[in-house]
Design a protein around this ligand. Structure first.
Ligand code: RIB
Length: 297
């Protein structure tokens, strides 16, 4: 069984600021750092660091060669990372405030130049029983999910960042959603929270596994028969970027390696807690060894 993550690769420009810039305001940042990022790349890194055999598919520009190198060094298979000649690599302008919170502006770049032909080439390497993981930072997601379904692959959707394009995907083909409350509200079409939101999502997608992350309140897993809760671990937050990506990579990787739901949730919660204690997206994602050693209560 193989895992294909068809997703974004970004160059993250991270500006440390006292507060997020307001309308009409010009502020100075106290530091600028450049990191590898993109929800797709971050999740592939998390999968690999959690011990999964993961293939990344996506597009970079000529300025993004280092992103492919980083994936490779982390053990991700990069045969399907393609370089475009005439577009820039996707990038993210990230403001990181004193509390460690962030806000992000995305430039899609090469991430938005996926062609159907490229999608077809990639899927030739996968078969029934393999898994597809996607987020919402590339074009052609509806076709990608269509191809995975035709092949008999299982589909995991992390609908992040949430926007109307999610509804172009045939959501009936999704086997597992991993999402936060903001994303869940849009998907459910209501303004509920926590348990009530989960109930609505279960009504709307009765045969789909749902993993709802609740920030400081932890996370909850629900399938047709079981509901499993997980607390969040308290740590000193430096930068929240990639916490959700770490959770997704670790949770799914745990499940695919045969771990029970509770153990996979626990590892995912610990790994994402470690991620928020470090700067940057992909570089702050821990290896399994560190997660297993951590003594969070
Ligand atoms: O989830 C974090 C990621 O979102 C960042 O790395 C940035 O690139 C944006 O895609």
């Amino acid at each position: 069984m193989k895992v294909l993550n068809f997703g974004s690769l970004n160059i993250d420009y991270v500006y440390d600021v006292e507060h997020f810039v307001q309308k009409g305001e010009t502020i100075s940042s106290t530091a600028l750092k450049v990191f590898s990022g993109g929800k797709g790349l971050n999740q592939s890194v998390a999968f690999s660091k959690a011990g999964a055999d993961i293939y990344h598919a996506g597009m970079i520009g000529t300025d993004g060669t280092f992103l492919k190198e980083i994936l490779k060094e982390t053990g991700v298979k990069v045969d399907y990372v393609k370089q475009a000649e005439t577009v820039r690599t996707g990038n993210a302008i990230i403001q990181n405030d004193r509390q460690g919170d962030n806000c992000i502006i995305l430039y899609g770049g090469a991430n938005q130049t996926i062609s159907k032909k490229f999608v077809e080439e990639v899927f030739r390497g996968f078969e029934s029983g393999d898994w597809l993981v996607i987020q919402n930072e590339i074009n052609e997601n509806p076709y990608i999910v269509e191809c995975a379904h035709k092949k008999g692959m299982k589909v995991v959707l992390n609908p992040s960042p949430m926007n109307e394009k999610i509804f172009d995907i045939n959501l009936k083909y999704v086997d597992c959603f991993i999402l936060n409350e903001g994303e869940g509200k849009v998907l459910a079409g209501n303004d509920l929270q926590g348990e009530e939101l989960l109930d609505e999502l279960k009504k709307k997608f009765p045969h789909t596994t749902i993993v709802l992350t609740l920030g400081e309140r932890g996370s909850v897993y629900a399938d047709e028969n079981n509901t499993v809760y997980q607390k969040a671990y308290k740590v000193k937050t430096v930068d929240t970027t990639a916490a959700g990506d770490t959770f997704t990579g670790y949770f799914i990787s745990g499940r695919l390696q045969g771990m029970p739901v509770k153990q996979s949730l626990e590892l995912a919660a610990k790994a994402s807690a470690i991620t928020v204690t470090g700067k940057g997206a992909a570089p702050s994602i821990p290896w399994m060894e560190e997660v297993l050693k951590c003594d969070f209560e």
